[in-house]
Design a protein around this ligand. Structure first.
Ligand SMILES: *Cc1c(COP(=O)(O)O)cnc(C)c1O
Length: 372
């Protein structure tokens, strides 16, 4: 009835894969104590220091937040060795993705990114009526040469998640830096480092030096994963001060809530929680890799807090069957990987429950193996 009120691009948008509230799911399936390993969240909960800071900040909810995010930017600047005016805060790093599109993409211009990659890039670009060129991963890794070849004189944005979601693969520092040097000046590279905290092997690229250069590049970071604050919605971008200035003009004046600012600031100082998160994640991933291999499945190498597992059969059937065991995993059918699931490392207990459920579900006759 209302199709004529929206653009064809908006009409053809597909809603983000629905995550049912866990409580709702439990009620429907008649199960209890379900565990969720589907959204790459922190299994340890939020940083305790962040929780205390948020509680402290509650009494000032009648005030608008600090629109500049002064204290958080000051702490980030100190930690990262950048200037405060090289930081833009967002309501989740997702909002910074949206800001980049609204700031740099104009009618007739395009964005370039891999396929599969984080689903939000295509969603935001399409919603804004931008064109997009998707470059298939090569051997489940970013194809940098392919991405470079896809960039034309109308390209204004390139999204590169490093490590990549959903594969977990990391592109080396040397390869990224060569890629940056080879890009045309009109295309802004958004280097999405949502999982950079979890990188174990391989050298990280240093934002500080790059955001002083005349290469248009924006680093994207989040408090949703390693800091356990996904529900608070806070992330940030690091870029040349001129780019940050443009993004600041486009954003809403009070885009980041006072609770999010307080929580993120405290989480940033919570070194114990951060270390424990990394150790729990790495130990969990190593254990899960061994256990899934023992069941005959292939877990892919990862530099994140999650891993992809090839089940050699229709993964959405497995994911559905696992729901009845109270284990929520992500089937990657919507990413074009129908035999694969993605799970994040959980607590020790959660990991054991996942393996037990996977064993039970794949040993039965539930999923029929499919090929091709
Ligand atoms: C989880 C994730 C994010 C985080 O988004 P927020 O809006 O900060 O919660 C960003 N990029 C990728 C690739 C992710 O997987």
């Amino acid at each position: 009835m209302f199709e004529d009120l929206v653009s064809p691009e908006v009409a053809s948008l597909v809603p983000y894969p629905p995550g049912k509230p866990q409580e709702e799911l439990e009620r429907e399936l008649g199960i209890r104590d379900s565990i969720k390993l589907a959204s790459n969240e922190n299994p340890l909960g939020p940083s305790p220091k962040a929780l205390a800071a948020v509680a402290q900040a509650l009494g000032r909810l009648h005030r608008y937040p600090d629109g500049q995010g002064y204290y958080l930017k000051e702490a980030l600047a100190r930690r990262l060795g950048v200037a405060m005016n090289q930081i833009v805060l967002g309501n989740g790093s997702n909002e910074v993705i949206e800001l980049c599109v609204r700031t740099f993409l104009r009618p007739g211009t395009n964005a370039v990114f891999s396929d599969p990659t984080f689903l939000v890039y295509s969603k935001v670009v399409q919603g804004a009526g931008g064109r997009m060129t998707r470059v298939p991963l090569k051997g489940l890794r970013h194809d940098l040469a392919g991405l470079r070849a896809a960039v034309d004189d109308q390209t204004r944005l390139i999204f590169l998640d490093n490590p990549n979601n959903p594969t977990g693969a990391l592109v080396s520092r040397a390869d990224i830096e060569a890629f940056i040097r080879d890009l045309p000046r009109l295309a802004v590279l958004v280097l999405d480092e949502a999982y950079v905290d979890f990188v174990r092997h391989g050298e990280r690229i240093e934002p500080r030096a790059w955001i002083e250069t005349d290469h248009p590049i924006l680093f994207l970071r989040t408090f949703s994963k390693a800091y356990g604050l996904a529900g608070l919605r806070i992330g940030y971008g690091l870029a040349h001060r001129e780019l940050v200035d443009y993004l600041d003009r486009v954003r809403q004046p009070f885009n980041v809530s006072s609770l999010a600012q307080a929580g993120a600031l405290a989480a940033l100082e919570d070194d114990d929680f951060y270390r424990l998160t990394l150790e729990t994640t790495w130990a969990g991933l190593d254990w899960l890799k061994g256990e899934t291999a023992a069941l005959g499945f292939t877990a892919y190498a990862t530099e994140t807090n999650f891993m992809m597992i090839d089940l050699d059969r229709e993964a959405s059937d497995v994911a559905k069957a696992m729901l009845h065991e109270g284990v929520i995993v992500r089937s990657l059918a919507s990413y074009g990987l129908p035999r694969t699931i993605r799970i994040n490392a959980g607590t020790g207990d959660e990991n054991r429950r996942f393996v037990a459920a996977l064993k039970k579900v794949t040993a039965g006759n539930v999923p029929a193996p499919v090929r091709g």
